[in-house]
Design a protein around this ligand. Structure first.
Ligand code: ADP
Length: 532
């Protein structure tokens, strides 16, 4: 309606100007007033209306001129005509220019609106909890620290928990989406927590890290923490924030929060299953060893019974033969001692095997085994050369069991080298670490394996020693296999001794989260001991 009125008004003004210009004797440039018509037309909308009205007004100006003056007009009249047409043209150009600017502004406003709408839609409907924070006051606090001459802000934050708590109170929550409301058990946006401090637990450490990230200008920040719901339940979450690059927009920092309760429960269940599996394989391993040992103990026990029965017979004679009886009892004693040795070994293995599974520093474990064997190594005149790899060698498993297998291998090497002339009894231990496994070799200078096949020596009760039980290597293999590794024994290439090689899965250092005084640091100590 308004448009129509404007159109009619423009037409009426145009007609009046034409009538005055053509049918009155006013000598001035009345046609200049056509600019009013063009301005009114421009209000109607697009540039086409401006151009059309401009063309009509120019036509009317020329028509009125010809009607009044014809082609033989005076110079002044021609000048007035030119002046009017110029005013018409300039106005048209200005209005067209303004129209373009307006159109551009409208387009960018529409784009902004559409993008805001898109953002709101994403914000409101995303299945991830999001809330917007105002971090401006926190930034000011951090800048205040610098103004006060604090150089190491990271350290200052670590040493001043009160500063962190105070800064937490300064973070206002300005908006929140539906998922966040559901997660935090709050019915409406209006009732949502007003400050970060209201739902972060006392012992939260993530906010201190967040302050460091802001201070150091990190573009993003991510951490695990817990948030307290309106009902007081603590939920484990991952929080992610991104900060504007130039420090602007700190009043609208979006944080996305993902509830990781299920993930942690799943991890715990997985860890539980892993522990059960380890326990099961350990029980299986112990069962296997026990069966072998029961068999081994059975033989000396039967012998003991026979020897005692023989002694009884010697004593039951009319004239008891004390010498024979004593010899039989002596044999019974030896057989019993042998059984006791087997039992002792099992006890050592199983009794200590109760230690927990964890990260094991190989070098430290080898050094411990060498320390235990030190007196015997001295008696046997064995020199040990230990060449550990440059980097830490960590595996996962039972330290005591692994140590037990190292002890067996060191004993074997030591005993084998008894046949080597004194001064040439050298046990070299090398460690080597590859991508996914650690390998270590015990290289001795004994007689080697002769024509025995390496693999057969791992069978229980295989021994070449008069007093050997043939269980050492079998137990080593059980232990190493239970740790997901492999073990082999072979002759040295120069045939001047044997090589026992063990490979175990490697734990990468950056995947470990062990505290400082765990076997990790023992590995460091081992390397340091070696360097010393
Ligand atoms: P035991 O030591 O009681 O004989 P093991 O299972 O430890 O039982 O060893 C089995 C056999 O393997 C030994 O009797 C020996 O013949 C051979 N053996 C093990 N280690 C070495 C070695 N370093 N050098 C030569 N022979 C070895």
């Amino acid at each position: 309606m308004l448009q129509r009125c404007r159109l009619a008004g423009a037409a009426a003004i145009g007609l009046i100007i034409f009538l005055v210009d053509a049918f009155t004797t006013l000598g001035s440039a009345v046609a200049v007033l056509y600019v009013l018509v063009i301005v009114l037309a421009s209000e109607l909308g697009d540039s086409a209306a401006i151009k059309r009205s401009s063309a009509i007004c120019a036509g009317l100006t020329v028509a009125a001129f010809l009607y009044v003056h014809g082609f033989n007009a005076e110079t002044q009249a021609w000048l007035r005509l030119l002046f009017s047409l110029a005013a018409n043209g300039v106005t048209t150009l200005l209005l067209l220019r303004r129209g373009i600017d307006i159109a551009r502004r409208r387009a960018s406003e529409a784009a902004l609106k559409a993008s805001e709408h898109r953002y709101r839609t994403i914000f409101e409907t995303l299945a991830v909890a999001i809330w917007e924070h105002d971090f401006r006051e926190v930034k000011e606090e951090l800048e205040g620290l610098r103004d006060r001459g604090v150089q190491d802000v990271r350290r200052y934050i670590a040493d001043h928990p009160d500063f962190v708590i105070n800064a937490r109170r300064k973070v206002r929550i300005t908006d929140v989406n539906q998922t966040a409301l559901t997660l935090m058990g709050v019915p409406t946006k209006e009732e949502f927590f007003t400050h970060l401090d209201s739902f972060l637990p006392e012992n939260d450490e993530s906010f201190a890290q967040c302050l460091v990230a802001i201070d150091e200008g990190h573009p993003t920040f991510q951490a695990e923490t817990k948030v307290r719901t309106r009902q007081g339940r603590l939920i484990p979450v991952i929080v992610a924030l991104s900060f504007p690059p130039n420090g602007e927009g700190l009043d609208r920092i979006q944080g996305s929060i993902v509830d990781i309760t299920e993930r942690l429960e799943f991890q715990e269940a997985l860890e539980h299953s892993r522990r059960e599996l380890e326990h099961a394989s350990r029980v299986a391993m112990i069962g296997e060893i026990s069966a072998s040992i029961a068999h081994e103990v059975n033989q000396p026990l039967s012998a003991t019974i026979s020897f005692i029965q023989a002694a009884q017979r010697w004593l039951d004679r009319k004239t008891p033969d004390l010498v024979e009886a004593k010899l039989a009892l002596q044999d019974a004693l030896s057989a019993t001692e042998h059984s006791a040795n087997v039992v002792k070994r099992v006890h050592m293995l199983l009794g200590k095997a109760k230690s927990e599974t964890g990260e094991v520093a190989i070098e430290a474990t080898i050094l411990d085994a060498l320390r235990l064997k030190q007196p015997e190594l001295g008696t046997h005149g064995t020199r040990v050369i230990f060449n550990p790899a440059a980097e830490a060698m960590i595996t996962r498993g039972d330290r005591i069991l692994l140590q037990q297998s190292f002890l067996n291998i060191i004993s074997n090497a030591m005993q084998a080298m008894d046949a080597t002339p004194a001064g040439h009894r050298i046990l070299t231990i090398e460690t080597e670490s590859r991508d996914s496994e650690v390998t270590f070799r015990f290289i001795d200078s004994g007689p080697g394996l002769g024509d025995q096949v390496g693999d057969s020596l791992f069978k229980a009760f295989t021994t070449t020693k008069p007093s050997g039980m043939g269980l050492g290597l079998a137990i080593c293999r059980s232990i190493v296999t239970a740790h997901g590794g492999s073990i082999s024994i072979r002759n040295r290439l120069d045939c001047n001794g044997a090589v026992v090689e063990i490979s175990l899965p490697r734990c990468l250092l950056d995947t470990l989260d062990a505290p400082k005084d765990t076997p990790l640091s023992e590995a460091g100590q081992a390397r340091q001991a070696q360097k010393a």
